[in-house]
Write a protein that binds this ligand. Structure first.
Ligand code: ADP
Ligand code: MG
Length: 229
């Protein structure tokens, strides 16, 4: 896949509700380059999560197209969608959603075990990724034995362990203090440089957004700003 754009979105519209209709996305056009580190900002209710969920193939649009690596995901069957999601996408949310009864290593191994990787291989891979996110010495800790920032690192390791080409984060630091938040952004930036994966992050934090390659600002479901940093 040598195309410049890993994601091509054309005239994307998403309308919620059958009684009172809410146009959450109102004709979004957006091309994202391979390896870009991009921030989506905008006021609450402007459609940021809706757009991210569309890119993550977690929801279907009302109309418009989304090409991932040149393939239109809006035309895919439910099965193809789920295969593409597991193979190509990594998700980081505001809350880490780690399994409380499993330690960091086991949480990170989980996606690999689900995709059928042998336990010994999964363990070795998960260990490497946890070392990369700076948790080499915390692998046997459960979520309640780790800080908010550390748990978010585990969640990042879990999102990356399948080597997705696109990583999306919906307010990945929304639950952290500013110091922990800075550290997480530095980590994501480092991973972006080292792995050349595409990162798309929704954030409230303008200071963080300024450290990305490009800022997309949404208002009322439309892109009102698209500027390179
Ligand atoms: P943001 O993430 O920017 O705060 P959202 O994408 O969550 O905004 O929401 C955009 C608009 O769509 C809002 O008006 C919201 O209430 C509406 N919306 C989002 N998800 C749903 C849903 N599942 N059903 C109905 N309305 C929704
Ligand atoms: Mg949101």
């Amino acid at each position: 896949m040598s195309e410049k754009y890993i994601i091509q979105i054309k005239n994307l519209i998403k309308i919620f509700g059958d009684g009172v209709e809410i146009k959450a996305l109102d004709g979004v056009d957006l091309n994202i380059e391979r390896g870009e580190f991009l921030a989506i900002i905008g006021p609450s209710g402007s459609g940021k999560s809706t757009l991210l969920n569309q890119i993550g193939i977690l929801d279907t649009p009302t109309s418009g197209t989304i090409l991932l690596d040149g393939v239109d995901v809006t035309k895919m069957s439910e099965k193809q969608r789920s295969i593409t999601r597991n193979k190509q996408l990594g998700f980081i949310f505001q809350y880490h959603h780690l399994l409380p009864d499993f330690n960091a290593l086991e949480n990170v191994m989980m996606p690999l075990l689900i995709s059928g990787v042998k336990s010994s291989k999964a363990r070795e891979t998960a260990r490497k990724v946890l070392e990369e996110v700076g948790l080499g010495d915390r692998m046997d800790h459960r979520p309640n034995q780790l800080s908010g920032g550390q748990n978010q690192r585990v969640a990042i390791a879990r999102a990356l362990v399948n080597k997705p080409s696109i990583v999306i984060g919906d307010e990945p630091t929304g639950n952290l203090d500013s110091k922990a938040s800075d550290n997480i952004y530095e980590l994501l930036r480092k991973l972006n440089h080292e792995h050349k994966q595409t990162f798309i992050l929704v954030t409230h934090d303008v200071h963080m957004a300024e450290k990305t390659d490009r800022i997309i600002r949404l208002v009322d479901g439309r892109i009102v700003e698209n500027s390179k940093n």
